[in-house]
Design a protein around this ligand. Structure first.
Ligand SMILES: Nc1ncnc2c1ncn2[C@@H]1O[C@H](COP(=O)(O)OP(=O)(O)OP(=O)(O)O)[C@@H](O)[C@H]1O
Ligand SMILES: C[C@@](O)(CCOP(=O)(O)OP(=O)(O)O)CC(=O)O
Length: 400
């Protein structure tokens, strides 16, 4: 049997607080504005990828969540493979003692521990994980920012998942995209108090993909031009300052305003795109009411109806109690011990001065699941022998 080279890694999702929406170059994936996100803990949400190179393999193959998928039809995946193989080939050209991995076929097996293509940023963790795992397999001497340039070509938002903590994607100016990359604004340890609650309103595949939707916006929305030129540059500076100062009210206000504007440019698209639904809008009203005497939580919505609520740790029990009032029956995985540590506060119902009438109480399961998580680290490398997804033959251990 031929020698086996293999790497296994996990990568996190990130949820933007200044949204990326629009490309100036669709093949290199170069954005029309800079963006900024928080990387969420892999303990709750992650992609996990094993990649093996072997002379025994006769073609490149990919399994995603236990289903085999075509590599050739996926131009973005092909671009990530091409770039990393070329980098490996140049290392091999410089150092003849290195094994010739760039010429070997590979098997890629990846799993997301959460719904794929449901607006939970699976393309972000998925492509970050792919590129990070390739860099480990090929032993590429690149830093996370360099790798982000490759991951960006898989999915724009993926470039931000190469780092933990608070991450900016600088849009860059160059036509080749070499300056369109992610940089870390602050590590996760900077603001350990910041947590997130994800309300899963729908885990179904969405109607208009981000990729299609944003280009329709670029083509038809005049408001997007105002956002790009007048709003985002200042908002990026203000957001970075708020993060450095750990100023939650400012961070929250900017986050909510940016989510609102992103959905406004979707509405300004012709024909319009709607990602939020009645449940999403009820969550906005609930958080607005909760914030009436001072900003204690921030909502944000990506290209789907699911809400992400950012808040300091100390407010989470109260927020969970309010959400449980309006959305009974949501599944909750208490992995950060919120219920265990605050049994009375999570069952307290609405706070005293909260106006209950701002929203109806929804039927069981309107919000399917609430995930409690926090800002955390970037991609992690695992031991393939113990955690690998491929069996001795290089095929998935688990098929769907
Ligand atoms: N683990 C993975 N490895 C490789 N590719 C993945 C992985 N997970 C997802 N993808 C790719 O990302 C696609 C889903 O991306 P899409 O943008 O439609 O959804 P999303 O990322 O969940 O939503 P959004 O980016 O709008 O938050 C999948 O069809 C697949 O091509
Ligand atoms: C609303 C967003 O989540 C859009 C993400 O878009 P994608 O990164 O999924 O788009 P492609 O680059 O075409 O793959 C905002 C954000 O994450 O910044």
């Amino acid at each position: 049997m031929a020698a086996i080279f293999e790497a296994t890694c996990t990568a996190p999702v990130n949820i933007a607080v200044v949204k990326y929406w629009g490309k100036r170059d669709t093949s290199l994936i170069l954005p029309t504005n800079s963006s900024l996100s928080v990387t969420l803990s892999q303990d709750q949400l992650h992609s996990k990828t094993s990649i093996r190179a072997s002379a025994d393999f006769s073609s490149d193959r990919l399994w995603l969540n236990g289903h085999e998928e075509s590599i050739e039809k996926n131009k973005r995946l092909v671009a990530c493979l091409r770039e990393t193989r070329a980098l490996r080939a140049s290392l091999e050209a410089e150092n003849a003692s290195l094994p010739k991995l760039s010429g070997l076929k590979i098997h890629i097996c990846s799993e997301n521990n959460f719904p794929t293509a449901a607006g939970l940023a699976s393309s972000a963790s998925g492509y970050a994980c792919l590129v990070y795992t390739l860099s480990k397999l090929f032993e590429l001497p690149l830093n996370a920012s360099d790798l982000s340039v490759v991951a960006r070509q898989g999915s724009g938002s993926a470039c931000r998942s190469l780092f933990g903590g608070f991450v900016a994607w600088e849009m860059g100016e160059k036509a080749d995209g070499s300056d369109s990359r992610a940089v870390q604004i602050a590590p996760e340890t900077h603001w350990p108090d910041l947590q997130a609650m994800i309300c899963v309103v729908s885990d179904e595949k969405k109607g208009t993909s981000s990729t299609e939707g944003m280009q329709l916006t670029v083509k038809t929305s005049a408001l997007l031009q105002h956002r790009i030129k007048e709003v985002v540059p200042k908002r990026m500076d203000d957001m970075i300052a708020a993060i450095h100062a750990k100023d939650f009210p400012k961070f929250a206000e900017l986050t909510m305003q940016d989510s609102n504007q992103f959905h406004a440019v979707c509405l300004d698209t012709y024909p319009p795109i709607f990602y939020m639904n009645d449940i999403s809008r009820a969550i906005i009203r609930i958080i607005t009411e909760y914030n009436k005497d001072g900003v204690k939580a921030a909502y944000t919505f990506d290209a789907g109806p699911n809400a992400v609520i950012y808040a300091p740790k100390e407010n989470m029990a109260e927020i969970y109690s309010i959400l449980s009032h309006y959305f009974p029956g949501a599944a909750f995985d208490d992995s950060l011990d919120l219920v265990k540590e605050n049994p009375q506060r999570v069952a307290a119902g609405l706070p005293q001065n909260f106006d209950a009438r701002i929203s109806p109480v929804f039927t069981q399961g309107a919000v399917k699941q609430i995930l409690h998580t926090k800002a955390d680290d970037g991609p992690r490398t695992l031991d393939s022998a113990q955690h690998g997804l491929l069996n001795a033959e290089g095929l998935p251990k688990r098929l769907a």
